[in-house]
Design a protein around this ligand. Structure first.
Ligand code: NAD
Ligand code: UDP
Length: 338
């Protein structure tokens, strides 16, 4: 059984034919939904490199085969084109549930958060797998507490343009804790704050990818509103480390996973300018509805219970995504369906 030992890879599942990957633990079979996307593909790389088997489920709504092509041919890797809204039968030890259109441009069109989470929790229940939900800082809405702790219940508009996403994730959290309480499914909940890095979708409208792509294309960076709203930006490898620490730990959560370094959008534009092109300019545009005024995680809980904290500052992390963006822009990859 893969639950044994001090490795922390506790799981109720037990499948024949497991090959040890390290002293003290068996190789795990892990599903990553949304594994062809930005965060998912980095997570898959980490799980494969430590010796586990990974099955990616993705419908390529915003994800790309290009993000995983380096793993094609690896016998420990499988890719299934499937919409998580529909149930699927698999024998697995752990499920990282990331599938979800994660940018305002895309998420309005999709019921993935609720229906997809329900079907994947059903799978976890059936096979006794541990289930990790990637929730979001958006559950705090336009927060009246700053920085945000996990105990804060949030300030969310239930009928706004973003509601499908933030209320969808709030419902997903409810489903996860109810499956934990009512059906004894082992769940883990991460509340992810704004994350950036290589393989981000070029055209999904998030601020870091927009500014970086605009600066590379010599277009003005589009600052929405007065640019004084704040976000806290986390580099993707820090997030992936946090997700794995959470899955392997003993706590349900929720846990904030984010970098507490807080920037206004004008400050972010300045850092992008310093990093990419000192002649880059900005252009103001009207802001979107219900845009949170500020956001910054309190990560004391994750520090204490998961022994996790981010290591890479914005100034260190931004240059690490520039080469990837430059080459994709040169190749004319607009980020969808490849
Ligand atoms: P992404 O768009 O790059 O990845 C999402 C993946 O899910 C894509 O590969 C997409 O094709 C897939 N997908 C969408 N709907 C699906 C469906 N119905 N069935 C199967 N696959 C589906 O986004 P990301 O930034 O990698 O986000 C991953 C997760 O992390 C999401 O759940 C998101 O809500 C959460 N999150 C991300 C951030 C961030 O800043 N990146 C912040 C908070 C939360
Ligand atoms: N934003 C911006 N210019 C852009 C895209 C976004 O100024 O080209 C702003 C947006 O109004 C918001 C912040 O950047 O205040 C973060 O937006 P994003 O969509 O990246 O993430 P979220 O709002 O989900 O935190």
């Amino acid at each position: 059984d893969s639950s044994s030992g001090s490795s922390g890879f506790a799981s109720k599942g037990s499948f024949p034919g497991r090959i040890p990957v390290a002293i003290g633990r068996k190789r795990l079979r892990i599903v990553v939904t949304g594994g062809a996307g930005f965060v998912g593909s980095h997570l898959v790389d980490k799980l494969i490199s430590r010796g586990d088997e990974v099955i990616v489920i993705d419908n390529f709504f915003t994800g790309r085969k290009d993000n995983l092509v380096h793993l094609f041919g690896n016998p420990r890797f499988e890719l299934i084109r499937h919409d998580v809204v529909d149930p699927i039968l698999l024998e697995v030890d752990q499920i990282y549930h990331l599938a979800c259109p994660a940018s305002p441009v895309h998420y309005k069109y999709n019921p993935t958060n609720v229906m997809g989470t329900l079907s994947m929790l059903g799978l976890a229940k059936r096979v006794g797998a541990r289930f990790l939900l990637t929730s979001t800082s958006e559950v705090y809405g336009d927060p009246l507490e700053h920085p945000q702790k996990e105990t804060y219940w949030g300030n969310v508009n239930p009928i706004g343009e973003r509601s499908c996403y933030d209320e969808g994730k709030r419902t997903a959290e409810t489903l996860a804790v109810d499956y934990n309480r009512g059906a004894d499914v082992e769940v883990r909940i991460a509340r992810i704050f704004n994350t950036y890095g290589p393989r981000m979708c070029l055209d999904d409208g998030r601020v870091v990818s927009n500014f970086v792509a605009q600066a590379i294309r010599k277009q003005p960076m589009t600052v929405y509103g007065d640019g004084k709203q704040t976000r806290s930006f986390q580099y993707v490898s820090d997030l992936v480390d946090g997700l794995v620490a959470l899955m392997e730990g003993e706590h349900v959560g929720p846990f904030n996973l984010g970098n507490p370094g807080e920037f206004t959008m004008l400050e972010l534009a300045e850092v992008v300018k310093e990093t990419i092109d000192s002649s880059a300019t900005i252009e103001f545009r009207p802001n979107t509805a219900d845009d949170p005024h500020k956001r910054k995680p309190d990560i004391s809980k994750a520090k204490e219970l998961l022994n996790w904290e981010p290591k890479i500052s914005l100034r260190e992390g931004l240059p690490l995504m520039v080469n990837d963006f430059r080459s994709r822009i040169l190749e004319g990859d607009e980020g969808r369906g490849l």
